[in-house]
Design a protein around this ligand. Structure first.
Ligand SMILES: O=c1ccn([C@@H]2O[C@H](COP(=O)(O)O)[C@@H](O)[C@H]2O)c(=O)[nH]1
Length: 277
């Protein structure tokens, strides 16, 4: 089954557009695990177990594992998700972008070593830096388009005088992903919940692409405006929340608190979709 099909089916089955982001910071682990990176897997597995029926995807952020020499724990975590939630896709947030020969290795890392269903990529180095990921049939690739951080303005909001119609850079990326770059229907776009107007603009340009939307929760993005701007049916938006779910409680009840926060966020997002329908 392709990533796109898996995402749509998980969204329908769990009635959810929520993606729980797995960004385990050892300094914020609960109780006795605090400051102990060897418990990253224990922590993330407990979060996964508490939320499997509430999400359309899980998104581990590779930096939180690699920074602590915990790549082995990331491998075991993804294997755990396969067992605990076989129908929920895994999006590896790696934001890779390099020349083709190196990209081949990064693609192998994401899809063979970790067995992820989709990966995040920077399109900055052009199509040949993206193409190696498209050699894996059915796997997904989300291109950074209009990121959630304020510094995204520095490049993404600049006008491209060299392209007909003078689009902004992020609009150009959306047009490429919707059109010539999407050779096998594997691409999606990353658009921040902190910029709902830009989500709407991207949705107009790319009506069929899945949008990975971080920025609700800890970054303060407007969840309702996000859904209204981007939702186009099950699997069309993957709205990520990491810290707000992971660290809902620092105590022994951390997994229950994560579930409660995930339930609250899922319901909020669904309410916006329901009022739109
Ligand atoms: O534009 C982007 C792209 C990726 N991210 C990633 O999403 C999560 C957000 O975490 P929160 O704790 O919910 O703020 C994190 O892994 C980022 O690396 C993003 O925030 N913005």
């Amino acid at each position: 089954m392709t990533f796109i099909d898996m995402l749509r089916q998980a969204a329908i089955r769990n009635d959810s557009m929520l993606c729980v982001g797995l960004d385990p910071d050892p300094a914020r682990l609960p109780g006795d695990w605090q400051g102990r990176p060897e418990h990253i897997l224990d922590f993330c597995a407990a979060i996964v177990d508490a939320t499997t029926d509430l999400v359309c995807a899980f998104k581990p952020q590779i930096a939180y594992f690699a920074a602590h020499g915990a790549e082995g724990q990331l491998e075991r975590l993804i294997a755990h998700i396969r067992q605990a939630a076989p129908a929920v896709p895994v999006i590896l947030d790696a934001k890779r972008g390099d020349i083709g020969s190196t990209a081949e290795q990064y693609a192998r890392e994401a899809f063979v070593r970790y067995g992820a269903d989709a990966v995040t990529l920077s399109p900055f180095m052009g199509f040949d830096s993206v193409a190696p990921y498209l050699q894996y049939p059915g796997k997904g690739a989300f291109l950074l388009c209009r990121t959630s951080n304020p510094g995204g303005d520095d490049f993404q909001a600049q006008r491209l005088a060299s392209v007909a119609g003078e689009p902004l850079l992020y609009e150009h990326i959306a047009a490429l992903a919707q059109g010539p770059w999407n050779t096998n229907g594997q691409l999606g776009l990353v658009v921040g919940a902190t910029y709902p107007q830009e989500i709407a603009a991207v949705r107009r340009m790319a009506p069929a692409l899945p949008l990975l939307i971080p920025g609700v929760g800890a970054q303060g993005g407007d969840a309702l405006a996000t859904v209204r701007a981007g939702y186009a049916g099950p699997g069309s938006v993957v709205i990520n929340s990491s810290r707000a779910v992971l660290y809902a409680s620092a105590g022994a009840d951390f997994a229950q608190a994560a579930r409660a926060e995930a339930e609250r966020t899922r319901a909020l997002l669904q309410s916006a979709a329901d009022t739109q329908a």
